[in-house]
Design a protein around this ligand. Structure first.
Ligand SMILES: Cc1cc2nc3c(=O)[nH]c(=O)nc-3n(C[C@H](O)[C@H](O)[C@H](O)COP(=O)(O)OP(=O)(O)OC[C@H]3O[C@@H](n4cnc5c(N)ncnc54)[C@H](O)[C@@H]3O)c2cc1C
Length: 399
């Protein structure tokens, strides 16, 4: 019997599975979708993620970093953030520079599928068993769970649900989730810009959403443009040339004229919070437990911290010869991560309400406040440490 069954081989499930396998547990990971490494020379996929320093450290601990270091990963050094009320290169824009905090960079931009592949590869190397099966239900026993799948059933002492926002594990475990739609969509595409991105992540808060340009290793940038649903439909209906012109206007030409170099994709934006991450022998991680707005690029970063915190608690329990699926062990994980996630989710909500959609006096204060942060070195350093993900109570793998 495997000690642990992990459902979902996305970045979070694959990371948790790898760290647990490295700790000597027998782990089976269920992921029905095939995942292949991007072919050398292939165009950059348009679904990319920004990873923090804390995530980099976790990936190093998991042995996945060597699979990532290479020509498809951009280390970004600066971040420029401004509200549409001010010009991008004015005093009112906020500039974070890694050098100001004595850091080589602020993090990394890479394709989601490359990250997933590197982690699954690390999992195999750590001796884990990857099964192309889907989770289909569970039955609780006294000392173990029976996990029904699209293939043969499995028994396990601990079941991890890392199967994303629409988690079937969460549902089967009877763990409720509070879900609400932002009524926004994120439009995603890769673009060429007339000006070089200078390894800078650019973000403009607009009255009707946010527009980010993430620098890619191939010299292009990945846009994440969050807008209300009617505007999203309108933008998706435009021709490529019209869409590029709309981007020119929305970016205030901070990077010069824009040309699309990939297809456009769109994602529904959800706000999801599970009041309980655990029950006896079951724990939720990543998007299965919490989904935040992508404007701060924190979803995977939060999920990798979940994975590291959970693996640390479970490995400790096994060393003490405790049952890794016991509620006491899992509650420790829940207490730790729920409070950290709540802090980050609250900050992201405030950014969305005040900077992206705010119109009242408090919003105007916050919009003008970007310049204030700029002028205070200490405050700027604090923001940089937040962006690096090195604040709060970190699992050992992230320190
Ligand atoms: C537009 C956009 C931009 C984003 N940018 C960033 C960013 O810059 N930085 C960042 O940190 N985050 C970002 N995020 C958030 C990030 O993509 C998610 O937080 C992250 O993918 C969550 O990872 P996960 O492993 O928890 O879930 P997922 O990535 O959703 O993976 C879940 C896995 O479970 C599998 N699965 C589902 N059902 C079953 C089943 N029944 N049985 C077995 N397996 C199953 C799926 O096949 C999938 O592989 C962004 C999100 C969006 C929408």
């Amino acid at each position: 019997m495997p000690d642990v069954v992990v459902v979902g081989g996305g970045p979070v499930g694959a990371c948790a599975a790898t760290l647990l396998a490295q700790a000597g547990l027998s782990v089976t990971l269920l992921e029905p979708q095939p995942v292949a490494a991007p072919e050398a020379g292939a165009a950059t996929d348009s679904r990319v993620v920004a990873l923090s320093r804390a995530s980099e450290r976790i990936l190093r601990s998991a042995g996945a970093w060597p699979g990532l270091a290479g020509s498809r990963v951009a280390a970004y050094e600066r971040m420029r953030v401004w509200h549409e009320r001010v010009a991008p290169f004015s005093e009112g824009a906020l500039l974070f520079d890694a050098a100001d905090a004595g850091e080589p960079n602020l993090g990394y931009i890479l394709e989601s599928r490359l990250l997933q592949w590197a982690l699954l590869d690390a999992f195999r190397r750590a001796g884990g068993r990857l099964e192309p099966l889907a989770f289909a239900g569970l039955e609780r026993g006294a000392d173990a769970l029976t996990v029904r799948t699209s293939g043969p059933p499995l028994t396990a002492r601990l079941l991890l649900g890392a199967d994303g926002a629409r988690s079937a594990v969460r549902e089967a475990a009877g763990l409720p989730a509070e879900v609400s739609a932002y009524r926004q969509r994120a439009l995603v595409a890769n673009v060429a810009t007339a000006r070089a991105h200078e390894l800078t992540a650019w973000q403009r808060f607009l009255r009707d959403g946010t527009l980010a340009f993430l620098p890619l290793a191939d010299g292009h940038s990945s846009i994440v443009w969050s807008v209300d649903e009617p505007r999203a439909r309108q933008l998706l209906a435009l021709s490529e040339g019209e869409f590029a012109a709309a981007l020119d206007a929305a970016s205030d030409l901070a990077l010069g004229n824009i040309t699309l170099v990939s297809e456009r994709r769109d994602f529904e934006l959800l706000r999801l919070h599970a009041p309980h991450y655990v029950s006896e022998r079951i724990a939720l991680l990543g998007d299965a437990a919490h989904v935040v707005h992508p404007l701060a690029g924190q979803g995977v970063n939060l999920g990798l911290l979940d994975a590291a915190a959970l693996a640390e608690g479970v490995a400790q329990a096994v060393r003490r010869r405790e049952d890794p699926g016991s509620l006491g062990v899992l509650r420790g994980y829940e207490r730790w991560r729920k409070s950290e996630v709540a802090l980050m989710a609250g900050a992201i909500e405030a950014f969305d309400r005040l900077l992206a959609h705010g119109t009242g006096p408090v919003a105007r204060l916050a919009q003008g406040g970007l310049a204030l942060v700029n002028r205070h070195e200490e405050l700027r350093r604090l923001f940089i440490r937040r962006a690096l993900g090195v604040t709060g109570e970190l699992p050992r793998a992230a320190r």
